[in-house]
Design a protein around this ligand. Structure first.
Ligand code: ATP
Ligand code: MG
Length: 428
C-alpha cells in the first residue's frame, strides 16, 4: 500500500520540539495577562466572503493563497482561515463585544495559506496575535508594540528590528496614489507582471514587492509619509514619542505597506536578518475601517500577529533554555503482582505534583532490574523509585538519585508519602 504522509507544507510537531512551542505559548499567556489581553478562540473555518471583503480582492492571500471548499451539504463557500483578524472582528460584531467599550484580545492557532513551502514558510503555520478593538488612540498602538518588544526580551531574542510607517487615511492615500501611479507609469518597462496587474488596482502593494529588480524603482517612488495631514502625523508622532520614552528603537520605513488592504495609519513589522529571506517575525497595524468593511458599526482597532515558527527559529538561534518538561521520577517495578499498589502510590505522588513515569512491562514480564535502570537513566528522571519485592513486603520504596552523586539513596514508608513526596520535585 502507498505510504500515507502529511500534506506538503503542513508539518507534524513532535516531542521534544513541541515543548518549545508550549514554552512560547506559556510565555505569551503570562505576558497577555500582564497587559490585560484576554483569549479569544474563533473557528478555523469561516465563510469565504469574510476574507474577500476583509483582506481585499487584490491581495496575495485572496488571489492565490486561500484553501477554499464548498460545504458538502449546501454548497456554502468556506475557507480555512489564512489569518485571524477578520474572524476576530466578525466575532466581535456577531456578539456585539464592544457594547460596553473596547476589548483587548489575543489568540493562538493554526493558519492556512497555499504558498510554496520553504524554510520559514509553510501551508499550515501557527500564529499568535493580539488585537485591541475599539481604541482609536496612538497609545494603544504603542502598548501593542511595547508588549511585543517585551516578549522578545523575555524569550531572549536578539537582533529584532522594528520598522514603522504610517499609511495615513484614505484621502491622503488617494493623493499619494496619483503620484505613485504617475511615477510607476514613467518606468513602465521596469514593472514585473504582478506590478503591471496591480498598477491601477492596488499600486501601494507594488511597494511591498520582493522582486530585487524592482527595488531601485520602488525606492525612488513618492513617499506616503509626505502626503499625510496634521492629524495623521500627530498620531504617528505620539506613537514614536512613546516608543522613544520606553527605549524601543525603530526605523521609519516609508515602503512598509503590509499585505492586507485593511490597514490605515500605523503599520509595523519586527524583522531579523537571521532567518534569510523569511525575515518578518511579527507584523501588524491599525485597521480602523475593517468593522465597517465587514458590515458593522465603525470601530477603530489595531493589532499584530507573530509567526510561531519564525519566532522559535530565532529563539533557538539565541539558545533556548532547557524547555523540556523534565521528569522527577521513574518507577522500577520487579514484580507484576505489586502493580496495583505501585499505581496507587504513583497516583498519590502525581496528585502531590511529582512527575513520574512508570516502567512498562512486555506482557507480564517486568524486565530485569538492570534493564529497568537503563530505561530510568534514559528517561532523564532525577530519581528512580524502586518497588522491589523486599520493599513491597515492608510497605516501603527506595528512592535512588540518578543525577546527583552527592545525594544518598533513601528508604521511605509508603504510608508517609506526604512527608517525602516534595523532596522529589525539582521545583519544590
Ligand atoms: P510574508 O511577507 O513573509 O509573506 P505576510 O505579510 O504574508 O508575510 P502576515 O500575514 O502579516 O505575513 O503574518 C504575520 C506573520 O506570520 C509573518 O510575519 C510571519 O512570521 C508569519 N507567517 C506568514 N505567513 C507564513 C507562512 N506561510 N509560514 C510561516 N509563517 C508565516
Ligand atoms: Mg505572505
Amino acid at each position: 500500500m502507498e505510504k500515507l504522509t502529511a500534506v506538503k507544507g503542513m508539518n507534524d510537531v513532535l516531542p521534544p520540539d513541541s515543548a518549545a512551542v508550549e514554552w512560547l505559548e506559556a510565555k505569551v499567556r503570562a505576558l497577555m495577562a500582564r497587559y490585560a489581553y484576554r483569549n479569544i478562540r474563533t473557528p478555523i473555518v469561516e465563510r469565504t466572503p469574510l476574507f474577500v471583503r476583509g483582506l481585499g480582492e487584490v491581495t496575495d492571500i485572496v488571489e492565490k493563497e486561500m484553501y477554499c471548499f464548498e460545504d458538502r451539504l449546501n454548497g456554502d463557500p468556506l475557507t480555512l482561515r489564512p489569518e485571524a483578524t477578520a474572524g476576530v472582528v466578525r466575532a466581535a460584531l456577531e456578539h456585539n463585544l464592544l457594547y460596553d467599550g473596547g476589548k483587548r484580545l489575543y489568540y493562538m492557532g493554526p493558519m492556512f495559506r497555499h504558498e510554496r513551502p520553504q524554510k520559514g514558510r509553510y501551508r499550515q503555520f501557527d500564529q499568535i496575535g493580539a488585537e485591541a478593538l475599539g481604541f482609536a488612540g496612538p497609545e494603544v498602538d504603542a502598548e501593542l508594540i511595547l508588549m511585543a518588544h517585551a516578549l522578545w526580551q523575555e524569550i531572549g531574542l536578539v537582533d529584532v528590528r522594528l520598522e514603522l510607517n504610517s499609511l495615513g487615511q484614505a484621502h491622503e492615500r488617494l493623493e499619494h496614489r496619483k503620484a505613485l501611479i504617475a511615477h510607476l507609469e514613467q518606468h513602465a518597462e521596469l514593472l514585473d507582471e504582478d506590478a503591471r496587474r496591480r498598477l491601477h488596482s492596488n499600486p501601494l502593494r507594488i511597494l511591498d514587492t520582493k522582486n530585487p529588480a524592482m527595488q531601485p524603482l520602488v525606492e525612488a517612488a513618492p513617499k506616503l509619509l509626505d502626503f499625510l495631514g496634521a492629524e495623521s502625523l500627530a498620531h504617528f508622532n505620539t506613537l514614536t514619542e512613546i516608543l522613544k520614552a520606553n527605549g524601543v528603537a525603530y526605523t521609519v520605513n516609508p515602503r512598509l505597506v503590509r499585505g492586507m488592504d485593511y490597514y490605515n495609519l500605523t503599520v509595523f513589522e519586527f524583522t531579523t536578518d537571521r532567518l534569510g529571506s523569511q525575515g518578518t517575525v511579527c507584523a501588524g497595524g491599525r485597521y480602523d475601517y475593517l468593522f465597517e468593511q465587514l458590515g458593522g458599526k465603525p470601530a477603530p482597532a489595531v493589532g499584530w500577529a507573530l509567526g510561531v515558527d519564525r519566532v522559535l527559529a530565532l529563539a533557538r538561534g539565541a539558545g533556548l533554555p532547557d524547555v523540556g518538561p523534565g521528569l522527577d521520577a521513574y518507577a522500577i517495578v520487579t514484580d507484576a503482582a505489586a502493580l496495583p499498589l505501585v499505581l496507587s502510590t504513583l497516583q498519590a505522588l502525581r496528585a502531590a505534583g511529582v512527575s513520574v513515569q512508570m516502567h512498562t512491562s512486555t506482557g507480564d514480564v517486568m524486565g530485569s532490574m538492570k534493564s529497568q535502570f537503563k530505561r530510568a537513566d534514559a528517561s532523564g528522571a532525577r530519581f528512580a523509585l524502586i518497588f522491589g519485592s523486599d520493599e513491597i513486603k515492608a510497605q516501603q520504596l527506595t528512592v535512588k538519585p540518578l543525577r546527583d552523586a552527592n545525594v544518598s539513596q533513601q528508604q521511605h514508608a509508603l504510608a508517609d508519602l506526604a512527608s517525602w513526596a516534595g523532596t522529589l520535585q525539582s521545583h519544590a
